[in-house]
Design a protein around this ligand. Structure first.
Ligand SMILES: C[S@@+](CC[C@H](N)C(=O)[O-])C[C@H]1O[C@@H](n2cnc3c(N)ncnc32)[C@H](O)[C@@H]1O
Length: 470
């Protein structure tokens, strides 16, 4: 059964549901119609959570946080089959402030009678889960133990963490459940992305649980849901089947390793891949001291802006096509005017084509002027990108700006775009100071082919660099 579709079609309850925006709709995450936040898990993650409970025959679970009851329903359906119990707690703060980040560092505050609570209560009744699932309004970590113990006094063999997505809060969430765990348990958490999994968090997990989390869902099938399995043995194979299917779809879109080797031989002086295969797919690796603390949340600095403006202006009259990977991120204290995209759109000649490729929907940019196009896609979905280039009759790219996913494999894969470039073309790389992919590639471009310059190399900047094709 496709539960997400079923829930989207439910019209009899107090709340209506719809797909989330941009990237989220590609993944299938849903939200309540009258609220921008919170957002739920993806359909694949729903199936994994439900089946994980059944596969491992789990009995005593806790979830932070309910939001509006989608992951709660998935877990509840699992516990219904095992005869187990789930406590799901939320402060409903994200719904109140209607943002997933604006409540960082706020004092504990609880909100009652919220739409999310009504929705979760309705879904529990609708799916007949009242004997298995208990909703609580509470603040993590302060109320965690109290709320769990109202319903479950046995040690927990399952925890799902999807509350405040801030490193310190995540550590507090984990710390609050640590004394409540059984000797064997499974912890699943959502959104294992670099801004959450900063080195401090990685170190905490390593030292506390002595086990590395494994990412089990990736875009477009989910949002880096991850698992820590402490000695739990499977009785069933439902989850395994879903995971294998999930991984085979993801791998289909990735470039083969031997194609990567060819790109490395063609464009680089050294193989920049690391011995540990998995690390090559990470956008972030352990670096101390933590650059996020040194550079802060500002993505595209005034130094980056000035440099991009200068380098682009030098060649703009010869530039007929600009392709930008990773478009105008206006979160993190950054307005549109401070983005790389604004530099291109402000300075490009009217007849120059701009194509922005992003996992999010950026179609609104298309209204800003002539010859501005966007494609909602991952940069490595080559067939989709090629179809768009063909539709726009683009056979040559003159200015490429690479600012998407910054893993080592990803930037190697993006050399696919360089095959579209000719002598005089320019490739800009953002994040050349710390990020695993760009920082390595910029230093290893073959100087017979590229003339490379790096800027904004000061410690408190993410860095920017350019490679001009000779
Ligand atoms: C991403 S949503 C959870 C989505 C849900 N797991 C699902 O997939 O259906 C995050 C939720 O965490 C809650 N939250 C954040 N920080 C919290 C805290 N310290 N205590 C309790 N709830 C919190 C927010 O109110 C929000 O509803």
């Amino acid at each position: 059964m496709n539960y997400h579709q079923y829930i989207l079609d439910l019209k009899s309850g107090p709340i209506q549901y719809e797909l989330g925006p941009g990237d989220y709709s590609l993944c299938g995450n849903i939200k309540m119609t009258n609220h921008d936040f919170p957002l739920s898990i993806s359909p694949t993650e729903f199936d994994i959570l439900k089946n994980l409970i059944i596969d491992y025959d789990l009995k005593n679970g806790y979830e932070i946080a309910t939001a509006f009851g989608i992951s709660t329903t998935a877990l509840g359906l699992g516990f219904k089959e095992t005869g187990g119990k789930l406590v799901s707690m939320d402060a409903y703060i994200e719904e109140e402030v209607n943002s997933f980040w604006r409540y960082q560092n706020t004092n504990p505050t609880l909100y009652y009678d919220m739409d999310g609570y009504k929705s979760a209560k309705y879904l529990i009744e609708h799916f007949n889960l009242k004997a298995n699932v208990f909703l609580e309004v509470g603040w993590s970590p302060n109320d965690t133990k109290k709320c769990i113990h109202k319903h479950i006094t046995e040690p927990l063999d399952f925890v799902f963490i999807d509350g405040g997505h801030f490193p310190d809060q995540f550590i507090k969430d984990l710390e609050s459940i640590r004394p409540l765990l059984a000797s064997e348990y499974i912890i699943v958490f959502h959104d294992n992305f670099p801004d959450l999994m900063i080195p401090k968090v990685q170190k905490y997990i390593h030292e506390t649980f002595n086990i590395e989390p494994t990412i089990i869902t990736r875009y477009p099938l989910g949002n880096n849901m991850s698992i820590i399995n402490k000695n739990k043995i499977k009785n069933n194979t439902k989850t395994q089947n879903i995971l294998e299917n999930n991984m085979s779809i993801i791998n289909k879109n990735k470039m083969e390793n031997n194609t990567r080797t060819q790109y490395i031989q063609k464009y680089l002086t050294n193989d920049i891949r690391l011995l540990n295969q998995e690390d090559n797919d990470k956008d972030w690796l352990n670096i101390h001291p933590n650059p996020f603390e040194i550079v802060g949340n500002k993505e595209f600095s005034s130094c980056n802006q000035a440099t991009l403006t200068e380098e682009f202006t030098k060649v703009k009259d010869q530039t007929k096509v600009i392709v930008e990977i990773g478009v105008s991120r206006i979160s993190y204290n950054q307005t549109y005017d401070q983005t790389s995209t604004s530099v291109f759109l402000k300075h490009k000649n009217a007849e120059t084509i701009y194509l922005g490729i992003d996992v999010d929907d950026k179609t609104s940019l298309q209204s800003l002027g002539r010859n501005i196009f966007t494609l909602q896609s991952k940069s490595e979905y080559y067939e989709r990108v090629k179809a768009k280039l063909d539709a726009l009759k683009i056979s040559q790219i003159d200015f490429l700006f690479v600012d998407g996913w910054h893993s080592i494999n990803q930037v190697i894969d993006e050399l696919w775009y360089v095959d579209y470039m000719k002598s005089g073309g320019v490739i800009g790389f953002h994040d050349t100071n710390y990020h695993p992919g760009p920082s390595r590639i910029i230093k290893n471009l073959n100087s017979d082919i590229f003339e490379v310059v790096q800027f904004c190399e000061q410690r408190n900047d993410w860095g920017i660099g350019f490679a001009k094709i000779k």
